[in-house]
Design a protein around this ligand. Sequence first.
Ligand code: GCU
Length: 694
Amino acid sequence: MMRIKGVGLVKSRGYQAWLTEQRWENGARIEAVRPLFGRITAAIEEEEGPGASAIEELAGGIAAQTGIRPELTVKGGASAIVLGDAGAASAALAAAAADELGEEGYLIQSGGEGSGRYIVLKGGSGRGLLYAVYHFLRLMGTGAELAALSLRELPRNPLRMIDQWDNMDGSVERGYSGRSIFYHDNRLLLESERIRDYARLLASVGINAIAVNNVNVHRAETRLITPEYLPDVARLATVFRRYGIRLFLSVNYAAPMELDGFATADPLDEGVREWWRQRAAEVYRTIPDFGGFLVKADSENRPGPFTYGRDHADGANMLAEALAPYGGLVLWRCFVYNCHQDWRDRSTDRARAAYDHFRPLDGRFLDNVVLQIKNGPMDFQVREPVSPLFGAMERTNQMMEFQIAQEYTGQQRDVCFLVPQWKEVLNFDTHLSGEGSTVKRIAAGEVHPYKHSGLAAVSNIGNDGNWTGHHLAQANLFGFGRLAWNPELTSEEIAGEWSKLTFGCEGKAASVITRFLLDSWSIYESYTAPLGVGWMVQPHYHYAVDVDGYEYSKWGTYHFADCRGIGVDRTRSTGTGYAGQYAPAVADRYDSLDTCPDNLLLFFHHVPYTHVLKSGKTVIQHIYDSHFEGVERVEAAIRAIRQLEDDIDSARFAEMLERLGWQADNARQWRDVINTYFYRKSGIPDEKGRPIYS
Ligand code: GCU
């Protein structure tokens, strides 16, 4: 146990996360690498940059995993590290130096024989070198063969970003892992070793940008861009810079009014524009490599350009113009919808909102604006279709927003590994620029010539000893970074890698946990809201079941269940027309009951309970079956994890089992409430006569 400076926390099992300190058990394996790992020769460009972190991480990782303390030679030069015989590596190094790796790319190559063996890690810059080191440590930690390595990696997405929803009072919006690691009592926690360790975790999976405060910018956070806090923000930026991560701030659109008594925040008002120019100048004087602003405007009661009769291009461009001289970006969120809807009105459809607001503005945004779009049209539900806005704006930079925090997917009490969900989204073919216009290609800037694009996700960490509350929720943070780097990785690869790094590659824990992770989204879906309908959760909290919790409210999130049927008609012919926001091929698929996939049926259609699914079951029988099975699958997973008592340290084992117990209780409650509710509505009994509470 170790005290962490500044915040009085105790490092517990799980704190290292996937940066494994697990010692190799096989002594012969350690001896075999001793000549290689014992001597490290490094060339780096700057003493304080990511290259220096690369050396530190490599030496530390080797010492932790093998006990070998490498003899280090460090000199100035172009971002390379040789393990083993540097002389023998010279030809490989020269060839590597000629490779166009960009800033973030890297090579890993092994060669030589006997005492002349070597491994070369070569980065396009210090950042590339840091990524090479983390990749190499992953290979070590997963028991990979190190003798014949020949790897060349470039990230697929330019922006690979994490959004913290941390508030300066120390709370975290939708945080399920304790308090903020960044703030306490309206102060920045700069002495915290945790922030540095967080930067290490993020860099180790290739994250290169972070927004450090909540998109809902309250009073104190509004002042982050003023001299009161900027010096502290600059110190934070320094911590992240060492790991190649650029810092962004969420800003309050009405800041000129709140901070300086302006009567307006109108984006076309010259005084307001000048105010933002001055702010940007000051921010860049303090933090020359500052990333830019993340903005939630006209969304859920936050201020924005609509108040002044302006549109979102006017609003975003005002900020973009202020940041442009310094290369800063405006990440403008598209989560804009009417949150004061009348539930009686069935013609307004929240799902349509982002497309309806933004698509007509294509071509009007400056080229340092990036529209940040949530993966679905609603709000991070267990299942929803892909936002039709992706790829629908050829002349406007776009990026994806996922949510790693499990707001609607079990809140880190229930296990829900989200990589399979994200992959489904990324692999979705929008058909907007012909077949193959997948979301992953759009986000990577491969379909339209976007100047900036990529993936962002809302973080799931806090000051809990293991960062994420549930030990298994770490896999989502890891998985997001790995996918953002390379969306072609499979869910199996990512879950397998994480499980081995976290629980060791020598026992049976990794394979059992990998299997559970891979099933967990489908399990979670099966005992919660059925067939894509969503939202049957307790209002505001979004965890426990409450079928009608949002049914008669202002949020635009309804299921319309009555005694005859359920679902939202979003077809072009009889519904809200939402389906028509997709390319014709996709719209046709969703519009027709014959081709709409079962798992999105109730998102697009209102059907009778007796409607027969492609699976051959009626809707009502599917509801009963999936909810009974969901609980059985949770119970089976718990039995499998219980078998791991000898493979996992007792603290983590007990902590996981405790949460799995909560998950089982939650699943049972969902099962019984959902089944009872629909039995009462429909009057149709379960074919199998299982207990339902009439
Ligand atoms: C959800 C979430 C809010 C959050 C919002 C957003 O609605 O519940 O807490 O502020 O998304 O993404 O802005």
